[in-house]
Each structure stands twice: as C-alpha cells, then as structure tokens.
Design a protein around this ligand. Structure first.
Ligand code: BTN
Length: 250
C-alpha cells in the first residue's frame, strides 16, 4: 500500500468511527481512508465493551478494501499494534517501556493506553472491506476499566497533538502493511511483536470466551499468532482469549 493521498474524514461527534466505517461504504469509493472523531458517543471496545471516548484523545478508523485470505485477517492485529506502538514510541521522551499485550493492546507501566478493534464490514458488492478502529488515550483515561488504564500525557508528561499522531500512525501503518505483504512476511511481524510482548515467559491469567479463567505461563506465540500457554503440565494454544489482571501465582 503506497498511497500518499489518503482521505481523512474528520467528524466532530459520531456514535463510533467503526460504525461510520460501515456507512462510509455508501458514499465513498476511494480506499483506504481514515475516519477521525473528536468525540464518540458509543465508542466500542473488544468483547462489546464500552470505549470511553473523551475529547482530546485519538479515535480513528482506517477503512480498507482488501483481498486478504480469511485466515490471515487476524494478522492485522499484530501488524496494527506494532505500528501503533512505534507511533507511541516516537513521543516517548522518558524511555518508558512500551509493551504489546496479546493480541493488540498497548501497555505502559502495567496500564493500557491504547486499544484496537478490527471488524469486517458488510458489503453489497463482491468487494471486501475492513475497519481497523484505534483508540489512544492521549490526554485522558478512564478511572474505572476492565484493565487498569493510563494516558500518554500522564506517562510522557506531554500534550500530543491528535493530527500529528494521526500523520505518524498513518505512515507507520502503511509501512507495516507493506512489510507484512498479505501474510507472506508474517513471521517477521511476529518476531518483531514478540520483542515487546507483555509478560512473555511470565505467569499470566487468561479469560476464555467461555468465561473460564485459567492461570499459566505465557510460553510463546505459534506461527499464526495464537498464544501458547503452559498449564496443567501441557501447552495449549489460544486464539480468542485475553490476558487479565488478576493473577497471583506462587
Ligand atoms: C479495545 O481495546 O477494546 C479496543 C478499543 C477500540 C476503540 C476504538 S476508538 C475508534 C474506534 N471506534 C470505536 O467505537 N472503537 C474503536
């Protein structure tokens, strides 16, 4: 993807930029494009969670038309989180460690500062589209959340301009998508991702889609990005689960 002139739609207030991504298919024909909101009234996170979307933070969705093989679409969690991490790193004057929590959260000092919600869009044509929704706590963060939250202002002690952030993120995302090459170079993306993996080789608690919680050691990622957890004396691979906070293993 080598586009230099990508459309940016900036909206003052919208329910969710990912919802607008669905609607935009009816009135736009050139992709990729960005939808940016100053505020969202129904920001959505993964697992149908509410995403607190206050003014001053980054809320944006990258909409792309694609021909990605279905089984490779989850790769984009890793591609996007690496690009997002690199963008955040560029504002990191204090050299704080910035981690990637599997599969795609950004963590500083054990607190989440950004998240990604990737959704397939419904299309009336034979074309396929994806919405890559990205939320970054630039200046504010919720005081109550499922995982402890922070903001870049708090961690880096600096005000980040939303539009400067978008410009860097756009460049980094396009560059990472090019490196990934529709899945051909996913192993390179994964190797890169693992350098920053939150709690790799450590004990973690996982919440499974069934609601069950299990504790084990984050052993590795498999070649498709599944999390390999060692527990009960064996290794199991998870594709749809999340690392949660409450672990206390001895
Ligand atoms: C998560 O960590 O659960 C994902 C959060 C994704 C939030 C962003 S903000 C822009 C886009 N619009 C939404 O409604 N959600 C995503």
């Amino acid at each position: 993807m080598n586009k230099t002139n990508i459309d940016i739609i900036i909206l003052d207030e919208i329910d969710s930029t990912n919802n607008e991504a669905q609607r935009v298919l009816d009135y736009k024909s050139n992709f990729p494009l960005w939808i940016i909101a100053n505020e969202q009234t129904s920001g959505r996170g993964r697992k149908n969670r509410y995403w607190v979307s206050q003014k001053g933070n980054f809320m944006g969705t990258f909409v792309l038309e694609h021909k990605i093989e279905k089984q490779y679409i989850p790769h984009l969690s890793f591609v996007t989180s690496l690009a997002l991490r690199e963008t955040i790193e560029s504002f990191n004057k204090d050299d704080k460690e910035i981690f990637l929590k599997w599969p795609n959260d950004i963590i500083i000092k054990d607190s989440k500062c950004a998240g990604i919600l990737i959704e397939s869009l419904k299309s009336n044509s034979d074309k396929e589209y994806l919405a890559i929704g990205i939320g970054v706590n630039l200046i504010k963060h919720p005081s109550k959340s499922s995982f402890k939250a922070t903001s870049l202002k708090k961690e880096f002690n600096t005000n980040i301009c939303r539009d400067e952030f978008l410009n860097k993120l756009n460049n980094n995302l396009l560059a990472k998508i090019n490196i990934w090459k529709m899945g051909e170079n996913f192993s390179q993306i994964l190797d890169d991702w693992k350098r920053f993996a939150y709690k790799i080789n450590e004990n973690i608690s996982m919440l499974l889609p069934t609601g069950e919680k299990i504790d084990g050691k984050f052993y590795d990622l498999n070649d498709q990005g599944g999390l390999i957890l060692s527990y009960n004396g064996e290794n199991s691979v998870f594709y749809a689960a999340e690392i949660i906070e409450e672990l206390k293993l001895v």
